[in-house]
Write a protein that binds this ligand. Structure first.
Ligand SMILES: Nc1ncnc2c1ncn2[C@@H]1O[C@H](COP(=O)(O)OP(=O)(O)OP(=O)(O)O)[C@@H](O)[C@H]1O
Ligand SMILES: [Mg+2]
Length: 224
């Protein structure tokens, strides 16, 4: 079943006097519970379409439909609510907060996503999610003492703890070596399947493609 549709999305940036159209009418449909990989040359518009889909910036034209609702018609507050409660994000760098422990990073996310849980339930949920990504033994650690792969696992835990419907990932393995990249992709794939999350992921790494159900190639702001 399709859960997410990008319909004729265009994006134009204005740099001073110069207008540059970086997306020229993108059409993508995502099926529930599947991983779609977005590939293409640098500058082809992958991150731009991902951030528009994730509600982090607006399209210049076209529609973005999440569960049939047009996000391009929504105001900032409505989009913020969807982002906080229905979407999860993973980026190339883990973007952990340096002065919070692993456990605190996830507790913070539960507050942001306004899940109505008591403190006790929140701690249990954090414990469970950290177990899922196999990092529960480091729950009291600060990011500076974690390896790259461990940090990325914490970032994934933080992205899924509020049980999002969608996961948006921009080169989630780019800062990792080959083995850790595969571990992270195995994890994303397992979580997508067991939690029934729909994932849209940008990658440069051909080795990551076997983990995807679909591959979409972009060139010069278009799907080819
Ligand atoms: N905020 C912005 N203002 C102006 N131009 C932008 C902006 N964001 C992106 N661009 C331009 O849009 C084009 C597409 O950028 P985008 O980041 O989507 O590419 P990408 O496919 O993700 O590339 P990479 O693989 O290098 O990450 C590029 O030419 C970029 O310079
Ligand atoms: Mg990019």
């Amino acid at each position: 079943m399709s859960i997410f549709t990008i319909d004729e999305v265009k994006k134009t940036f204005t740099n001073g006097e110069v207008e540059e159209q970086v997306l020229n009418g993108i059409n993508i449909t995502l099926q529930e519970g599947e991983i779609t990989a977005l590939v293409g040359a640098s500058g082809s518009g992958k991150s731009t379409i991902l951030t528009i889909a994730a509600g982090l910036q607006r399209a210049s034209d076209g529609k973005v439909l999440f569960q049939g609702k047009n996000m391009t018609d929504m105001n900032q507050d409505q989009i913020r609510k969807i982002r906080a409660s229905e979407f999860g994000f993973v980026f190339q760098s883990s973007h952990l907060v340096p002065f919070l422990t692993v456990e605190e990073q996830l507790l913070l996310m539960l507050d942001v996503s306004e899940t109505k849980m008591r403190k006790r339930e929140q701690r249990d949920e954090v414990e469970k999610t950290l177990k899922l990504v196999d990092i529960d033994h480091r729950k009291d650690a600060y990011p500076s003492s974690l390896s790259g792969g461990e940090k990325q696992r914490v970032a994934i835990a933080r992205a899924i703890i509020h049980k999002p419907k969608m996961l948006f990932a921009d080169e989630p393995t780019a800062s990792l070596d080959s083995k850790r990249s595969k571990d992270v992709m195995t994890l994303i794939r397992e979580l997508t399947k067991t939690l029934h999350i729909t994932t849209l992921m940008v990658t440069h790494d051909e080795e990551m493609l076997p983990y995807a159900d679909h591959i979409i190639t972009m060139k010069d702001g278009m799907v080819v």
